[in-house]
Design a protein around this ligand. Structure first.
Ligand code: 13P
Length: 260
């Protein structure tokens, strides 16, 4: 049986509250007018943290079936950490998911493997579902280090015996090669499939084959509606994490429709 699908938009530092709500209104119309979306297609959006509350209100009242996630969290639930997002407050606002280890956090904000691993664990402990992002830089790719980087980034989170993998219903991971993000140079479907398969093998080794089989592994990096099918038809690729193209409701909707 086909695993579930996971189609998510990471809006990064884009869209204010009114634009975010306008997007949801347009998406609802498209979803109402189009074919029924099968239950196994999970749709998610990661807006700016300040927009989660109005978006969650809109989702509750309109019934549109979109999960909300937060783009960045702090490990501690509260305290003197000016400018950070607390997980319990994100949950109260309406977030169900949290991005952890996104390449922009790793490379622009210098988050290392230890911090990523601590953030992942904080998500599990405080009750929000983490979506771990991994991927190599262009330089690492040119040096033939893609697999080593993925292996290091995955195992630094999951080999910690503080993460009790077997208790997780599923694990969400996005393979997002850094050189493909926002560049228009998307990975080939074959390369993305190989990396997603490697991630599943790693999960199998770390948490057992059944956990690996029910985990959802997505690709991200310059995905648009015109290339989304190439990825989604690969057995090993369960979903997509979309940046720029997810800002447009028509484009996001077309990508959702390619998932079934
Ligand atoms: P783009 O789709 O704009 O390349 O961004 C991908 C990404 O970073 C999603 O998290």
């Amino acid at each position: 049986m086909r695993r579930e699908r996971f189609i998510a938009g990471n809006w990064k530092m884009n869209k204010g509250a009114s634009e975010s709500l306008e997007f949801l209104r347009k998406l609802s119309v498209l979803l109402e007018q189009g074919e029924d979306i099968p239950d196994n297609v999970n749709m998610a959006l990661f807006p700016q943290a300040v927009n989660i509350i109005p978006m969650a209100d809109h989702i509750r009242s309109s019934g549109v079936n979109v999960l909300l996630g937060i783009q960045n969290i702090h490990c501690k639930p509260s305290g003197a950490f000016t400018g950070e997002n607390s997980i319990p407050c994100a949950i109260e606002a309406g977030a169900k998911l949290a991005l952890v280890g996104h390449s922009e956090r790793r490379h622009i904000f210098r988050e290392d493997d230890l911090l990523v691993s601590n953030k992942y664990l904080a998500c599990l402990e405080q009750g929000i579902e983490p979506l771990l992002c991994v991927g190599e830089t262009e330089e690492e790719r040119n040096r033939g280090l893609t697999k080593d980087v993925i292996e290091r980034q995955v195992s630094s989170v999951f080999s910690s015996d503080r993460v009790i993998m077997a208790e997780q219903e599923r694990i969400l991971i996005a393979y997002e090669p850094v050189w493909a993000i926002g560049t228009g140079m998307n990975a080939t479907a074959g390369d993305a499939r190989e990396c997603c398969a490697l991630i599943r093998d790693l999960l199998s080794g770390l948490g057992g084959p059944s956990l690996a089989a029910r985990s959802l592994i997505s690709y991200g990096g310059s995905v648009k509606s015109s290339n989304s099918e190439d990825y989604l038809e690969q057995e090993e690729i369960d979903g997509l994490l979309i940046g720029g193209a997810s800002l447009d409701p028509d484009e996001f909707y077309r990508i959702i429709c390619n998932a079934f």
